[in-house]
Design a binder for this molecule. Structure first.
Ligand code: ATP
Length: 437
């Protein structure tokens, strides 16, 4: 089955919005056993949209078009493509009721023009949009006049906002694809996420033991992210499940301590799950990360069961007054030091009576570095019921990356403590991080 994606939006062409749909949809479709053969982004003019979709329909069985389903004058996709396919737009009573209810719940009448979204191409399958007002649409084109010999084609239209598109794909499009189209049988794809080890080190350790499986058809992919590596195993055919299971065992044997999750799991999700399962609580004392650890933990539903409190103690005074860090410790070692990180974590734990606490103190830069403690130096502490571990890392990246990478290191440190694994990443020097700007 051939699938193509057409992302519409002038903001994509102007570089104002990163085209995350391309990556997200390709990953989701690959997980379903369907590798996208072509993707294009176009401005949201009638001419560009129609041309791109016609071209895709001349090659593909399924074309997924994103964006332009809203009520404003630049939202042309639905009307342009309905016309191109010779379909009338007809009002769908259920969509109209949904739009009216959507605004009634917000104590507002539908803004002018909003009800245009209830007009859908004749014969289209309407996909509900609980997170917005524009429904998704699937149009079956049978026969498909744009494709030589193509008896049937499908055009799937999805709304632009990711928080609308993603649940709609998972809840409506994926089940429809599985129901309707002959996806490849016996396709298995699993992704594992590792923290604290570099891409090439992972490869060094597993490539040899995987050799026979690769010869039998296993496909191995590595993807490096700031402070993280994703390893993907893919196989097709009758033995696909066994091959991928065997590869997962090899990964576990050789780099298991670095694997924190699977699929799209983030460290914070894993941490909240582990803490919840253990019935344990956590507190956070941040300095240079400015609250990003607390932010990320509170993004996880259910975080309130485990997170008691978080401080952003940027000044020495705050570290002393709120966490009980000693004036003497600060004076003797400086705010960015092993003993201060330790006292921050232990102070946070003491103040909240949490089972665990994380603390970070470092120099994000660009100023403030010394020969002794250059920009990027950070001390991370994890305090638990039995002990406190403090380690030093070097993250000389731009401020945003520094914060993300440091947050990952702190959360992975706590994950390791919870799992009873050695704390110091064994492969510190190999950490995968982007080049400094
Ligand atoms: P709306 O009702 O909000 O107008 P829409 O279906 O018409 O929705 P667009 O207007 O094309 O969609 O896009 C709305 C927003 O969704 C964009 O401003 C952008 O923030 C986001 N968006 C659109 N396309 C993409 C994309 N390819 N990748 C990431 N975000 C996108």
């Amino acid at each position: 089955m051939i699938v193509e994606i057409v992302n519409t939006g002038t903001e994509l062409m102007l570089g104002r919005v990163l085209n995350t749909h391309q990556q997200w949809l390709c990953a989701r479709l690959a997980d379903l056993g369907c590798v996208v053969s072509r993707q294009v982004a176009v401005a949201d003019t009638a001419r560009e949209i129609e041309r791109a979709v016609r071209e895709s329909l001349s090659r593909a069985d399924v074309v997924i078009a994103t964006g332009g389903l809203g009520p404003t004058s630049d939202d042309l996709t639905r009307a342009v493509l309905a016309e191109a396919l010779g379909r009338e737009l007809v009002e769908d009573a259920a969509v109209r009721a949904h739009i009216e209810e959507f605004f009634a719940r917000r104590n507002r009448p539908p803004p002018p023009g909003t009800l245009v979204q209830a007009r859908v191409p004749e014969g289209a399958l309407v996909l509900p949009n609980p997170n917005g007002t524009a429904p998704g649409l699937i149009i079956e084109i049978a026969p498909n006049p744009m494709r030589v010999g193509g008896a049937r084609g499908w055009l799937v239209m999805l709304p632009g906002p990711p928080r609308e598109l993603q649940p709609m794909f998972d809840d409506s499009v994926a089940p429809w694809l599985l129901r309707t189209l002959p996806l490849r049988s016996g396709f298995v794809c699993r992704t594992f996420r590792l923290h604290g080890i570099g891409e090439s080190s992972v490869q060094d350790r597993i490539a040899g033991p995987l050799e026979a499986m690769v010869a039998a058809g296993l496909d191995v992919g590595y993807c490096a992210r700031p402070g993280r590596v994703d390893v993907r195993f893919r196989a097709e055919g009758e033995s696909a499940g066994r091959l991928v299971d065997d590869a997962a065992r090899v990964l576990d044997q050789h780099v298991g301590a670095f694997v924190f999750g699977t699929g799209e799991e983030e460290l914070e999700t894993v941490l909240v799950r582990r803490l919840t399962a253990a019935g344990c609580t956590v507190a956070i004392a941040e300095s240079c990360t400015g609250g990003i650890i607390a932010h990320r933990l509170t993004n996880v539903p259910g975080a309130s069961a485990v997170l008691l409190a978080g401080w952003v103690t940027y000044s020495n005074h705050a570290k002393q007054a709120l966490l009980g860090v000693g004036a003497d410790t600060l004076g003797r070692h400086g705010a960015v030091s092993d003993p201060v990180a330790r006292e921050m974590a232990e102070g946070a734990r003491r103040a909240t009576r949490a089972d665990y606490a994380m603390a970070v103190t470092g120099i994000a830069g660009p100023g403030g570095g010394t020969a002794d403690k250059p920009v990027g130096t950070v001390f991370i502490a994890v305090a638990g019921p039995d002990e406190t571990h403090v380690w030093k890392m070097f993250n000389p990246w731009d401020r945003a990356t520094f914060k993300e990478v440091t947050a990952n290191q702190a959360m992975d440190g706590l994950r390791r403590m919870l799992c009873g694994l050695p704390l110091e990443p064994r492969d510190v020097r190999q950490l995968v991080t982007p080049k400094p700007l």
